[in-house]
Write a protein that binds this ligand. Structure first.
Ligand code: UDX
Length: 434
């Protein structure tokens, strides 16, 4: 089997490399020659734990290669995956499908022999129909099927999520396409991974409904956390108590500053727009979007309150800038609301993030970037833990106390226990730890 993976970003590079690990020949295609050059030097365009070793091993084995030449890659492929970006369209929140449609057009011109075209990117319901129309119009003679095969990769654990998925979802009504997709995922078949075959539109909706439900679950526990603070309950224990109900499940019940990332914010917005277009508004999800946006904006107030009601002329140490640990991704990160609000309130911000500072500098230019957590907190009036990187989970609190001007900590990820922190002599603010 040979496939072409169009797009070498968070989805395409991980998916293509993992397919080559399955023994399939993969040609990763990208318009951005710089990215392809970097990949030829085994330099990754994104940070994903373990990716560089996996790419190197499969390039060495001859199963994985990279090129800017889409035509050649498509010609020899049994299946062509579209894994290009589908960002939120400026202004209205619909998914911007221009890259998907451009790829479909280019693919159409290069098709030879029966080929399965697979939308791997997160695309609104009905996009597969549109892609099929574009290809059919360009090449009425071509023999092809368009299939939906959404990814469920979490940044920071994307390789594991691909190699050991909870399920694979494949949307097609074509028996031939089904046979090709079964062959591609044969390795997962062998470890009895559930392969869910649906219609194409159903598959497209599954992706959005899944992400949107997870975003709703997080927002639910975030609001419960606010209630916990009022009634003197502990959201950590509430999450544990409800999570043990098999119908609810323990995951995605960690209260925090609000969800960010490249998926939840854009997918919730896109699904809300689709639902409105089809006169079936998702009012719960519309509320989730509004509540989450407002929550991220409000987080800075907690830091100001902990600093005594004003941060004017004060120094705030911020630990973590990325939207979650184990990624360099800053997209829709809570820090992009929190840090500007602090500087607008007159604070000097000193920050450290293990992987995200190169990205962060482009978005938060007027703060001080430090070498490590302790340099960030040196001389600070308050310490704010914004992203729960492992390196922040075992701080030397004697050293913390000696560096901070005052022992004040705001822990937006509930990494630490309030009782332990108070015992250590800190004024500690968590989330929902009433
Ligand atoms: C998500 C989906 O999990 C994945 O299936 C999909 O393919 C892409 O989008 P990702 O955005 O990489 O993955 O990160 P995820 O781990 O899901 O976290 C998303 C956001 O929710 C982060 O901002 C994270 O901090 C937040 N979160 C997550 C919480 O606030 N609480 C939780 O319990 C879990």
């Amino acid at each position: 089997m040979r496939i072409a993976m169009i797009g070498t970003g968070y989805v395409g590079l991980v998916s293509g490399t993992c397919f080559s690990e399955f023994g399939i020949h993969v040609t990763g295609v990208d318009k951005d020659a710089r990215k392809i050059d970097l990949l030829h030097q085994n330099v990754m365009p994104i940070y994903e734990p373990g990716l560089d070793e996996l790419v190197a091993a499969n390039v060495k084995s001859g199963r994985l290669e990279f090129t800017t030449d889409l035509k050649a890659a498509v010609k020899s492929a049994d299946a062509v995956f579209i894994a290009v970006g589908t960002p939120s369209r400026r202004g209205d929140g619909h998914a911007d499908l221009s890259y998907v449609y451009a790829a479909a057009e280019e693919i159409a011109q290069s098709l030879e022999g029966y080929t399965v075209i697979v939308t791997k990117s997160t695309v609104p319901v009905g996009t597969g129909d549109e892609v099929e129309k574009i290809i059919r119009k360009t090449r009425p003679d071509a023999d092809f099927d368009v299939v939906s095969n959404p990814e469920f990769l979490r940044e920071g654990s994307a390789i594991n999520d691909f190699m050991r998925p909870d399920r694979v979802v494949i949307g097609t009504e074509s028996e031939r396409a089904r046979a090709v997709m079964k062959q591609l995922y044969r390795v997962l078949y062998l470890i009895e991974t559930p392969i869910v075959f649906t219609s194409r539109r159903t598959s497209e909706l599954i992706k959005y409904a899944g992400n949107t439900f997870l975003a709703t679950k997080i927002t639910f526990i975030n609001e419960i956390a606010d209630l916990c603070e009022k009634v003197g309950a502990d959201v950590h224990d509430v999450a544990k108590g409800i999570g043990l109900d098999g119908r609810i499940g323990k995951k995605f019940l960690h209260a925090g500053p609000g969800y960010g990332g490249s998926c939840f914010p854009k997918d919730t917005l896109a699904l809300v727009r689709t639902a409105r277009d089809y006169q079936a508004p998702l009012r719960i999800v519309e509320t989730v979007v509004a509540v989450n946006d407002e929550r991220k904006k409000r987080m800075a107030e907690r830091i100001v309150a902990a600093a005594g009601g004003s941060v004017k002329g004060k120094t705030v140490a911020v630990l973590g800038l990325t939207f979650k640990p184990n990624t360099d991704d800053m997209r829709d990160s809570p820090s992009l609301d929190i840090v500007p609000a602090l500087t607008a309130a007159g604070a000097v911000v000193k920050a450290f993030d293990p992987e995200g500072m190169d990205e962060a500098r482009k978005l938060l230019p007027d703060i001080t970037y430090c070498e490590d957590a302790y340099q960030a907190m040196d001389g600070a009036d308050v310490l704010a833990l914004v992203t729960e990187w492992n390196v922040f989970r075992a701080l030397d609190f004697d050293r913390v106390k000696s560096l901070l001007k005052a022992p004040v900590i705001v822990d937006l990820r509930n990494v630490y226990e309030p009782a332990m922190m108070e015992e250590a002599g800190f004024t500690y603010t968590g989330i929902g730890r009433g």
